[in-house]
Design a protein around this ligand. Structure first.
Ligand SMILES: *[C@@H]1O[C@H](CO)[C@@H](O)[C@H](O)[C@H]1NC(C)=O
Ligand SMILES: *[C@@H]1O[C@H](CO)[C@@H](O)[C@H](O)[C@H]1NC(C)=O
Ligand SMILES: *[C@@H]1O[C@H](CO)[C@@H](O)[C@H](O)[C@H]1NC(C)=O
Length: 363
């Protein structure tokens, strides 16, 4: 009796000490597979000093100089026809994820991007199916499930394990960045998202893993968190992408936090950013640069609001070099303008209580 009471007391003490889940910060770099060794050292050193725990990467081919970073080109995983693989991107990421592990950083792997469907020229899925049939054609879905299996069965020579069995390197998998992000057909989209979450889970041994399954976000808060996602059993984490400042308000986010908690889902703000230009944040058109002190304040204010809602956030994006300001422009370069502000707020996320406990999934 005494013994079991002691156990109960110890368990109660433990549960109260772990109840307060810590928030964390992440970042995005969609072309991480192209970084040279020096560039990845700069990036990972900077991310670590900002306390960043997870980096989100994409698998679409890239070449030349991207966002001011001269990269090692790599082709799309599939080209010519679905299933015609070139594993260069996976091999590059084998090395990169092993290196990132040494900095306490895991990867969130986005397996395809809507951007590749709609690009000029489009990738093979865009060329064959466009941005609509991709989500409804049973052939397209079959090919895409093969892609998911190919990625998750890829063996990393650094640990001799499949990516699906590598929670030490991988935080989460998602089928696609911003799937059907303008939502031509919401019911097809939500069905596709859940079908692909199930396909991801089917590649885990016994359907379980310490790697999470997420969505890849939408174009803004409400369209990132469609009702049907909350009842899809195979989705663990629903990802928010938001750039409109109204979507950063704690009061806008809190109802979704409550809905996620009652649906046994976790939320992340997987993409957000503070525009470099003085245009509306959501548009971020090239115009005159915002005063850098004002942008620092924006970064601090919005990070604080998102963290106060209890949602861990991933900045879009932290670069290993100063941003060239040649495009829509939310990026911050390590040691460049606005870096000190972003580094400080990312590092400060650990001081906020999260509404969801991610501790089992982080290094
Ligand atoms: C894969 O891509 C790399 C880099 O572009 C290229 O050198 C290699 O020949 C390609 N392999 C195949 C099998 O196409
Ligand atoms: C899967 O289930 C089998 C049989 O119960 C078990 O031996 C194995 O360890 C499980 N694998 C994982 C990764 O849980
Ligand atoms: C990060 O936070 C820790 C703990 O509060 C602090 O010691 C460290 O100086 C911070 N680093 C930066 C770069 O803000």
């Amino acid at each position: 009796m005494k013994f079991s009471l002691a156990i109960a007391a110890a368990a109660a003490a433990l549960s109260s000490s772990v109840r307060a889940a810590q928030s964390f910060a992440g970042s995005n770099l969609y072309y991480a597979a192209g970084l040279t060794d020096d560039e990845s050292t700069t990036l990972l050193t900077g991310l670590q000093s900002a306390g960043v725990k997870v980096l989100r990467v994409w698998l679409d081919g890239e070449s030349g100089t991207v966002k001011g970073t001269p990269i090692n080109d790599y082709p799309s995983l599939e080209s010519g026809q679905p299933g015609n693989w070139n594993d260069t991107v996976l091999s590059r990421l084998d090395d990169f994820m092993d290196k990132a592990h040494g900095y306490g950083i895991k990867l969130l792997v986005s397996m395809h991007s809507y951007n590749a469907l709609s690009a000029t020229p489009p990738d093979i899925y865009g060329a064959w199916y466009g941005t609509g049939d991709f989500y409804t054609s049973s052939d397209a879905m079959g090919y895409f499930k093969n892609r998911i299996a190919h990625i998750m069965n890829h063996v990393n020579p650094h640990n001799n394990k499949r990516w699906a069995d590598s929670p030490e390197y991988i935080f989460a998998f998602e089928a696609e960045n911003e799937a059907m992000h303008d939502q031509q057909n919401p019911s097809a989209l939500t069905a596709w998202q859940c079908t692909m979450a199930t396909a991801i889970r089917s590649n885990f041994q016994n359907g379980t893993s310490n790697i999470l399954i997420t969505t890849g976000g939408g174009a803004y808060l409400a369209n990132s968190l469609l009702d049907a996602y909350f009842s899809c059993a195979d989705l663990d984490v629903l990802a928010i992408h938001a750039y409109g400042t109204g979507d950063f308000a704690t009061s806008a986010l809190t109802p979704y936090v409550q809905k996620a908690q009652s649906s046994n889902k976790k939320l992340i703000m997987e993409e957000w950013g503070a525009c470099y230009y003085s245009s509306e944040n959501q548009r971020c058109d090239q115009s005159s640069a915002l005063d850098s002190g004002t942008r620092d304040e924006n970064i601090k204010t919005w990070a604080d609001q998102i963290s106060k809602a209890g949602i861990p956030w991933f900045y879009w994006q932290i670069l290993p070099n100063e941003d060239p300001h040649s495009d829509w422009d939310y990026e911050v370069g390590i040691n460049g303008v606005n870096w000190d502000a972003l580094e400080a707020v990312a590092n400060a996320t650990a001081g906020y209580e999260a509404a969801f406990d991610f501790s089992a999934y982080l290094l």
